[in-house]
Design a binder for this molecule. Sequence first.
Ligand code: PLP
Length: 386
Amino acid sequence: MIYLDHAATVSLCPSALEAMLPYLTAQCGNPSALYESGRRARQAVSRARREIAETLGCLPEELYFTSGGTEADNWALLSMAEAARARGEAPFLVSAAIEHHAVLETLRYGKETGLLDYALLPVTGDGVAALSGLDALLAKRPALVSCMGANNETGALQPLGELLARCRERNVPLHSDLVQVYGQLPLKSLLGEELPDLFSVSAHKFGGPKGVGFLYIRRGLAVGALLHGGSQERGRRAGTENVAGIVGMAAAAKVAFAEMAESGEKKRVLTELFFRLLREELPAVYRNGSETARLPGHLNLCFPGVSAELLLILLDQAGIAASAGAACASGALEPSHVLLAMGRSEKEARASIRFSFGAENTEEEVRKAAQIVTNCVKGLQEEQNV
Ligand code: PLP
């Protein structure tokens, strides 16, 4: 199989597996326990917290381990809304139309249950959140602004630095879903020297295990718990810690940060090669999202007149893994809300596929994949013309 879906998930990196094994076997103690194996597990969690904090230049106490990006997003949004309500305000949140479902569905849930109200920033045709209407929204004193660092479908980088500066001017907290950014790009390139007040990270996007991530909460920010129960994570996130997962995430983070520049460049070269090869054979193909301000391994392509769903099936049969949109309840593909928000028609959205490259992809794989995609697209075009 040629795996071109690294934005969805990547395999566990060997050093993460090695670091995790003891905590899945002999060192299986509960970090809350007082005896030896519990103490060791507790120490391992603390070490992992320090190691991840080092990658961010933040305090270890500002990191709260979660079950992944979805939980971290839910926690940030719902608890900031609750905090506003507790202050006697009507919680109002601002986000962007291209956010991941972990943010958009949480907002929808919050609105449906009467917990919060929200507005979404529109996006440009390049897939970047448009800040022209921001001042009017900030004047409403939102409980939180939430904007992702880079979009998972197009890879388009978002104007986080400017957003953070404008939120700070108005004293409005900013949350960012950095699931696609952490471990891929230096945060400084998006944010300068500062960090958002809250941000979400997921381990399985950068070589850690699935089912673990963290929420960064700036020290001193009043954020209540999402999960209630034991006193883990300083009373803010109940539940026995996923020790092996946390240790694996820290090990993967170290590798991802050490190799970031080199693997970023490799992904960029492979992505551009693939696009160039496809364009030579299929000149009508075009890229969705910013040409320049984007993650190095993301390539979202529209194949005009071709059904992305059929193309994905053919590619799967030919041994290529890529993705498009999100499956709806019937299993069929919904047109991507991201592409629709960018002004693409439903037809264009249904003809678009995301290829996402990893540093372990080879030039040979890319050339082979480009050939297979070309053949499949030409085959579908011929069938449709018949
Ligand atoms: N946010 C973004 C931008 C993502 O790409 C993903 C994963 O697809 C998530 C959130 C959800 O993260 P997790 O799979 O850890 O729940």
